[in-house]
Design a protein. Structure first.
Length: 437
C-alpha cells in the first residue's frame, strides 16, 4: 500500500511540474472549432483524441453518430482485467455556440491565459475536463504505470444539442459496462448528480378547417357551429401546465435542489395557417425539469393525465383532446431531447474514494450536491453504472462570453483524477461484495 501511495504522489508531482503541457493539451482542444449548433464539425478534434489514445496503447473505436460528428471510445484493458475495478471517463467534444455579436476579448477559439485563467470557448464546458483526463492517462503511460483494472475514455459528440453521443456508446456496447463512471463535465469540482430534462410537443388539432368568416358562427348565439380555434384552446393547456407546475413545486422536493426546480416551460408555440383561417392546429413545445429520483416516464405520464383531465372540462377539447410527443434525439434534427436524471449514492465505494482523492489534494471535503444543469451522466446511470459528474470549471462560465477556467483548478483536477484512477483500478471487484454493498 505504501508503494501505491508513492506512485500517486509521484504522479501528482509530475502534474505540477508538467502543467505547461497540460495547458497546451487543453488549448489544442479549444483550437478545434466544435460549436453545436451548428454541430457536424468534430471530426478533426475527435481524430486528435483517437490518435492520442492510440499512442497510449488504447484500443480505439471511432464511428460517425452523424456525418462529421464521430464518437471516440478508447479502452485500455487492465493487467488483471475482470478481477479489478473498471472505470469510464466521459466527456463531450462539442461546445456551446458562439454568436457573431458576442463581445469576446479575442477569437473564442484561440485560447489565451489571463490572471491565472484560460479563456476560450469550451474552457469550462468542457475541454478543460476532457483535456485534463487525457493528460492524466498520458502520464500513467509515460511513467509506465500499469493498472490492473480496465479504463475506458469516451469522447462524445452532441451533448449541447441533445444528441447524446453517450447514449450511442451505451447502445453500441462501447462503454455500457463499468464499475463506476465519471463525467468530467463542468461541476466546479463538486461531486454531482442531476435532475432530468425531457422536451415534448403538445398538439391540439381540429379535424376540420374553417374560413375566418365562420368565427361568428362558432362563438355567438345562434351560430350553431361547434368548432374552436386551436390557438385559443392551447391557452387552457398552458394554464393547466402552470397549475401542475405549481402543484409539483408544492408537493415534491429533493435535497440539494432549490424548491420549485421541477419546472414546465412553455418554450415555443406554433399554430394557425393563415389570417384567412380559423387556426386548426396549435403545437406547444415544452421543457420539463424533474428531480433526480424521478423518471421521464413518470413525469410525462403525470402531465398527460392532468392535461387530459383539463380537456375533459372543456366542451370542445373533450372531443378533440390534445396529443403528446415526448423526447427526441436531437434539438437540431427532430427538435427534441432527453437527459435522464442521475442520483449520487454517497455511500458507494466509488463516490467515497473520489471524495477521499479530492480531500488529499484540497485538504477539504468534497461537496456532494446536485447540478443545476444536465449532462450525459444520466445515460450512463440508466445503464446501471454508478455515475457522478466531477469536473473543472463553473456554470457561470459555461456557455458564457469569455468562458474561462482556473488554471490551478485544471491542475488540481488532474491530480485528483489521477489519484482516483490509480486507486480505484487497484481495488478488487470482490472487495465491494465482502463489504456487503
Ligand atoms: Zn458540458
Amino acid at each position: 500500500m505504501i508503494f501505491l501511495r508513492n506512485d500517486v504522489d509521484f504522479l501528482k508531482q509530475k502534474v505540477e511540474e508538467r502543467q505547461g503541457e497540460l495547458l497546451d493539451l487543453v488549448k489544442t482542444l479549444i483550437t478545434y472549432k466544435t460549436p453545436a449548433p451548428p454541430a457536424r464539425n468534430t471530426q478533426e478534434a475527435q481524430e486528435y483524441v483517437g490518435a492520442h489514445l492510440k499512442k497510449l496503447g488504447y484500443t480505439v473505436d471511432m464511428w460517425d453518430v452523424y456525418p462529421n460528428d464521430p464518437n471516440v471510445v478508447g479502452v485500455l484493458k487492465g493487467t488483471n482485467t475482470g478481477k479489478y475495478k473498471s472505470l469510464i471517463i466521459n466527456g463531450h467534444m462539442d461546445v456551446a455556440e458562439v454568436s457573431p455579436d458576442e463581445k469576446w476579448i479575442g477569437d473564442p477559439f484561440i485560447p489565451v491565459e489571463e490572471n491565472g485563467h484560460l479563456i476560450g470557448r469550451g474552457a469550462a464546458d468542457m475541454k478543460g475536463g476532457l483535456g485534463s483526463a487525457l493528460f492524466a492517462l498520458q502520464l500513467l503511460k509515460e511513467y509506465e504505470i500499469e493498472l490492473p483494472g480496465d479504463i475506458t475514455l469516451q469522447s462524445v459528440i452532441g451533448e449541447e444539442v441533445g444528441e447524446a453521443g453517450t447514449l450511442q456508446c451505451c447502445k453500441c456496447g462501447k462503454g455500457a459496462e463499468a464499475d463506476f463512471a465519471i463525467v468530467v463535465d463542468t461541476s466546479d469540482l463538486h461531486i454531482q448528480g442531476q435532475g432530468g430534462v425531457i422536451t415534448g410537443w403538445i398538439t391540439i388539432k381540429s379535424n376540420q378547417t374553417y374560413h375566418d368568416a365562420t368565427r361568428r358562427n362558432m362563438i355567438h348565439a345562434g351560430g350553431k357551429l361547434v368548432a374552436a380555434s386551436a390557438i385559443e384552446k392551447m391557452s387552457k393547456v398552458i394554464q393547466g401546465l402552470q397549475e401542475l407546475e405549481r402543484h409539483w413545486a408544492i408537493t415534491k422536493s429533493y435535497q440539494g435542489c432549490p424548491p420549485g426546480t421541477n419546472t414546465i416551460n412553455p418554450a415555443v408555440i406554433e399554430g394557425g395557417r393563415h389570417a384567412a383561417f380559423i387556426a386548426d392546429e396549435c403545437r406547444l413545445w415544452i421543457t420539463v425539469h424533474y428531480y433526480p429520483d424521478e423518471t421521464y416516464e413518470k413525469v410525462t405520464k403525470e402531465i398527460e393525465e392532468h392535461i387530459l383531465n383539463v380537456s375533459k372540462g372543456d366542451l370542445w377539447l373533450k372531443d378533440n383532446p390534445p396529443s403528446f410527443t415526448w423526447g427526441g434525439t436531437s434539438m437540431i434534427e427532430d427538435r427534441g431531447e432527453i437527459f435522464p436524471s442521475l442520483e449520487v449514492d454517497s455511500k458507494h465505494a466509488g463516490v467515497q474514494l473520489l471524495s477521499q482523492s479530492h480531500y488529499r489534494t484540497f485538504h477539504a471535503e468534497a461537496k456532494i450536491d446536485v447540478s443545476p444543469t444536465v449532462t450525459d451522466g444520466g445515460w450512463l446511470a440508466a445503464e446501471g453504472i454508478p455515475t457522478v459528474i466531477y469536473g473543472p470549471g463553473d456554470l457561470t462560465n459555461a456557455h458564457a462570453v469569455n468562458e474561462k477556467v482556473s488554471i490551478d483548478q485544471l491542475v488540481d483536477f488532474t491530480k485528483v483524477l489521477l489519484e482516483f484512477i490509480y486507486t480505484w483500478s487497484h481495488k478488487e471487484k470482490e472487495e465491494e461484495n465482502l463489504n456487503g454493498l
